[in-house]
Design a protein. Structure first.
Length: 418
């Protein structure tokens, strides 16, 4: 009966995901909606978990966990369908033409700002050489660009990197300098999310606006790129830069860590549920970035930490992430869970409506930045971190800069037209 129940729960999840995918297309004239951006990557990673759970050292998967995502996705769909219905009632449905973005160009000045930032980070790396002996040490990464002014500059670099990925084409190959440069900065900073999420955001913008089509080749490149991140993180940075040797054992270690990273959110939530969620926390953690801003203004140094202190094993390594809906449940009761998901979905779809109605590059940039974090819902809930506010604010400041300070006449401005 246990195996039959597991199969039933899995089929139920994929059935619900398919139905919601269809409803989203009918409601918004596109598959590229927040709900689908959240659910489809999770479904892909879930498939991997179903295949490997209980094998190759991985722990067993607790299938009733899927009910959390079933309920969460249904709640997420409610504001989507209501807002779509309201727009149609007001005779103001969204067009299916996602490619009509005005001021769709890369300001040449951004390239030079990015270049100056890269030189500054390179100089900082040079000045910190030998500070901790090992460049890949956590202490080195923490000091390099994780706090203070350098952290904020790195956020600016991430926004420029996203825009570079979006505008990259054969006529603007010089943007590879910024993309590769800021990837290196984040490799040294040892933050996988800061490497993956900007790439996801840039690619999402390209796909959703028609610059790039989803093909088998693209999916393979994404897979190769994802594995490459781990190869760089565990081989190039700690091995080559620190003059160590590469062997078969370390390559196997990297591949295992990639599998662990891919499954750590789902298997972490599974284990958490099996242990009756000993990491239950206060609801305010879900708003910790806003609470911490208020505390900082008030001079209170006792800031909230959104980092889950409870680690469980996937069989290969330890994890403290619980997926998007899992983390929300950790820090809420059932009523708070429902209210938070409904509010969050309303905000996301409101951002989508603003982006689609305005057809402005920077409003779309802000929306897809949030979608980039949402697409990582199979791993963790990122929306209690400061960067989900900081990156959109930087994008907004860039917009204001070019709209009011720079030359308002885009046609006569020196630019990389796309």
């Amino acid at each position: 009966m246990g195996e039959a129940q597991n199969i039933l729960l899995t089929l139920l999840f994929f059935l619900e995901t398919s139905v919601l995918l269809y409803l989203e297309k009918k409601a918004w004239n596109t598959y590229y909606t927040p709900l689908n951006i959240l659910s489809i990557p999770f479904a892909v990673v879930l498939t991997v978990c179903v295949v490997i759970e209980g094998r190759w050292e991985f722990v067993d998967f607790h299938y009733p966990v899927l009910l959390i995502w079933n309920i969460g996705l249904l709640l997420f769909a409610v504001p989507s369908l209501i807002l779509a219905w309201c727009l149609k009632r007001a005779n103001s449905p969204l067009t299916d033409n996602l490619s009509s973005i005005r001021n769709d160009h890369f300001h040449e000045s951004l390239f030079w700002i990015g270049l100056v930032l890269l030189v500054a980070f390179l100089y900082r790396l040079y000045s910190m050489r030998g500070l901790f002996g090992i460049i890949a040490a956590e202490e080195f990464a923490d000091m390099y660009a994780f706090h203070g002014l350098w952290s904020h500059l790195r956020m600016l670099g991430l926004v420029i990197m996203i825009l570079s990925i979006y505008h990259l084409d054969k006529k603007h190959l010089h943007l590879w300098i910024l993309i590769i440069g800021f990837l290196i900065v984040n490799f040294v900073n040892q933050v996988k999310g800061a490497i993956i999420i900007p790439c996801v955001t840039g690619i999402l913008m390209r796909i959703c606006t028609g610059k790039t089509r989803i093909t088998i080749r693209l999916l393979l490149w994404i897979l190769v790129g994802a594995i490459g991140v781990f190869m760089m993180m565990y081989i190039v940075v700690p091995v080559i830069l620190n003059q160590s040797q590469v062997g078969i054992s370390i390559i196997g270690f990297v591949l295992k860590n990639f599998c662990h990273y891919l499954t750590s959110g789902i298997l972490g939530l599974s284990t958490d549920i099996c242990r009756e969620m000993p990491d239950k926390g206060d609801f305010e953690i879900l708003f910790s970035q806003f609470v911490n801003i208020g505390k900082t203004i008030a001079g209170d140094q006792d800031l909230l930490s959104p980092v889950n202190p409870f680690y469980f094993t996937t069989g290969l390594n330890w994890t403290n992430v619980r997926t998007f809906f899992g983390t929300i449940l950790v820090y809420s009761n059932y009523v708070e869970f429902a209210l938070y998901v409904l509010l969050f979905s309303t905000v996301m779809y409101s951002l989508m409506i603003i982006a689609r109605k305005s057809c402005d590059l920077y409003s779309n940039l802000i929306f897809y930045i949030e979608c980039g974090y949402l697409a990582m819902g199979w791993f963790e809930f990122y929306f209690f971190h400061l960067q989900i506010i900081e990156l959109p604010i930087i994008a907004l400041l860039l917009y204001l800069c070019y709209e009011f300070i720079g030359n308002h006449n885009y046609g006569t401005e020196k630019e990389c037209a796309v």
